[in-house]
Design a binder for this molecule. Structure first.
Ligand code: NDP
Ligand code: OXD
Length: 317
C-alpha cells in the first residue's frame, strides 16, 4: 500500500460551489471521495463540507473530524444528525485579508459619500459636499472575532473611531469594547457605521432588525447611520432594513449576504438607490490557500497534536 492509500480518506460534500479545485488539491495528498459516493466507507476519516446533505455524515462509520470549507459553520451545525466529532472552521490570513478589503471598501464608500457622488456624476453635477474627517466617525463592529478583530485594527489605522460588540467581555487595543445584552444599546448609540461580522446562531438570528437600526447614532457627522452586513443574511430582517431606509432611520446599506441566497430577482434591495449589493463575495474561500491548512490539521491530528479552530457547539460558532 502506498503512503497516500494508507492515510485517512476525505469525503468532499459540497453544494452551491464547484468542488473540482478542492478535490484536485486535496487529492495531491489523500484519497478524496466525492459525495454521493462514500456511504458506509470505513476508510473515510475526514469530511470537508459546504452545505452538505444532512444524511451524509451519519453514514460514515469512522468519521473523526469535520471541516467547514468556510469561516461560518451554521451550514454544518444545522445538520440535525451531526456526528459527535470535532467540527473545525476556517481561520486563514487570506480570508481575513479579503474581509478587511471588503469592509474597508464599503466603510470608505459610505464615509466618502460614494452614493452621492455616483448620483452627481449621473446628473453631471459639480458640487463639493462637506466631508467630515475619519476621526469624527465611529464604526461599530458586531462580532470581534477573527474577522471583526482584524477589520477593527485596519479601520483604526485609517483613523476611524472603533466600537466593538461581542458575546463575552473583550479588551482590544484602540477599540471601545461592549458586550452582551447590556452592552448593545450603548454600543449602537455610539455608532455611525454598523458593520455586522457575527456568526449565525440561535442567539443572533434576526438581530439586525428595526429596533437595532433605530438605536444607531442619528446626529453623527454622516447625517444618518449606515449598515454593512458581511456576516450572514439571516442575521438581518430585510423588510426592517427597507423600512428604515425609506423612513430615514438608516441612510445607506451595503449588503453582501441575504436572508435567501441567491437574492430574489424581485427583491427591492436590487434597485434601492441607497443599497449596494454584492453576491456573498466579501471573503470567498479560496482552495489554493485553504487546502494546505486543512491537510496540515489532519497531519497534526494524526500526530496527536491539539486541534485548532474547533467550533464550540454549545455557543454555535
Ligand atoms: P469568530 O467565531 O472568530 O467571531 C465571532 C464573533 O461574534 C466573536 O467576537 C463572538 O463573541 C461574537 N458573537 C457570537 N455570538 C454573539 C452574540 N450572541 N452576541 C454578541 N456577539 C456574539 O468568527 P469570524 O470572525 O471568523 O467570522 C464571523 C462570521 O463571518 C462567520 O461566522 C461567517 O458567518 C461570516 N463570514 C462571511 C463571509 C462572507 O464572504 N460574507 C466570509 C467569511 C465569514 P466572543 O468574542 O465573545 O466569542
Ligand atoms: C464563510 C463564507 O463562512 O464564505 O467562509 O461565508
Amino acid at each position: 500500500m502506498n503512503d497516500q492509500a494508507a492515510r485517512g480518506r476525505i469525503l468532499l460534500s459540497v453544494r452551491g460551489m464547484d468542488p473540482q479545485r478542492w478535490r484536485d488539491l486535496l487529492s495531491r495528498q489523500r484519497t478524496v471521495v466525492l459525495e454521493p459516493d462514500g456511504a458506509e466507507d470505513p476508510s473515510i476519516e475526514y469530511a470537508a463540507v459546504w452545505n452538505h446533505d444532512p444524511d451524509v455524515l451519519t453514514r460514515l462509520p469512522n468519521l473523526k473530524l469535520i471541516f467547514s470549507l468556510g469561516a461560518g459553520v451554521d451550514h454544518v451545525l444545522s445538520d440535525p444528525d451531526l456526528p459527535d466529532v470535532p467540527v473545525i472552521r476556517i481561520v486563514a490570513e487570506n480570508l481575513t485579508q479579503y474581509m478587511i478589503e471588503y469592509v474597508t471598501w464599503r466603510v470608505l464608500d459610505h464615509h466618502r459619500q460614494g452614493f452621492l457622488y455616483r448620483t452627481q456624476q449621473r446628473d453631471r453635477v459639480w458640487r463639493q459636499p462637506a466631508q467630515p474627517p475619519a476621526g469624527d466617525v465611529a464604526v461599530g463592529i458586531m462580532g470581534l472575532g477573527a474577522l471583526g478583530g482584524a477589520v477593527a485594527q485596519a479601520l483604526k489605522a485609517l483613523g476611524f473611531n472603533i466600537n466593538g460588540w461581542s458575546r463575552r467581555a473583550r479588551q482590544m487595543e484602540g477599540v471601545n469594547t461592549f458586550h452582551g445584552e447590556t452592552g448593545l444599546t450603548p454600543f449602537l448609540e455610539a455608532t455611525d457605521i454598523l458593520v455586522v461580522l457575527l456568526p449565525l446562531t440561535p442567539a443572533t438570528e434576526g438581530i439586525v432588525d428595526y429596533s437595532v437600526l433605530k438605536r444607531l447614532r442619528r446626529d453623527g457627522p454622516l447625517r444618518g447611520p449606515c449598515l454593512i452586513n458581511a456576516g450572514r443574511g439571516r442575521l438581518q430582517r430585510e423588510s426592517d432594513i427597507l423600512k428604515a431606509l425609506d423612513d430615514g432611520t438608516l441612510k445607506e446599506a451595503s449588503l453582501d449576504v441575504f436572508e435567501r441566497e441567491p437574492l430574489d430577482p424581485q427583491s427591492p434591495l436590487w434597485t434601492h438607490p441607497h443599497v449596494f449589493v454584492t453576491p456573498h463575495a466579501a471573503a470567498s474561500s479560496d482552495p489554493t490557500h485553504l487546502v494546505p491548512l486543512l491537510l496540515r490539521q489532519m497531519e497534526a491530528y494524526e500526530r496527536g497534536e491539539p486541534l485548532r479552530n474547533v467550533v464550540d457547539r454549545d455557543a454555535g460558532y
